[in-house]
Design a protein around this ligand. Structure first.
Ligand SMILES: [Zn+2]
Length: 51
């Protein structure tokens, strides 16, 4: 079942889908705290800083 998570960064609700939950569980990962938008942005920022 899909879950709704509140993003720790922007406070927006986002869907943590059943498929994603399975993906995370299989890899022993903890559920995301941030929405995809914020995760993408952080990743981009990290890459840009590495230049
Ligand atoms: Zn967010």
């Amino acid at each position: 079942m899909d879950k709704t998570i509140i993003c720790a960064e922007c406070g927006e609700k986002f869907i943590f889908t059943a498929g994603e939950q399975e993906f995370y569980a299989e890899r022993g990962l903890t559920p995301p705290k941030r929405c995809k938008k914020c995760r993408d942005r952080r990743e981009r920022e990290r890459k840009e800083q590495g230049r």
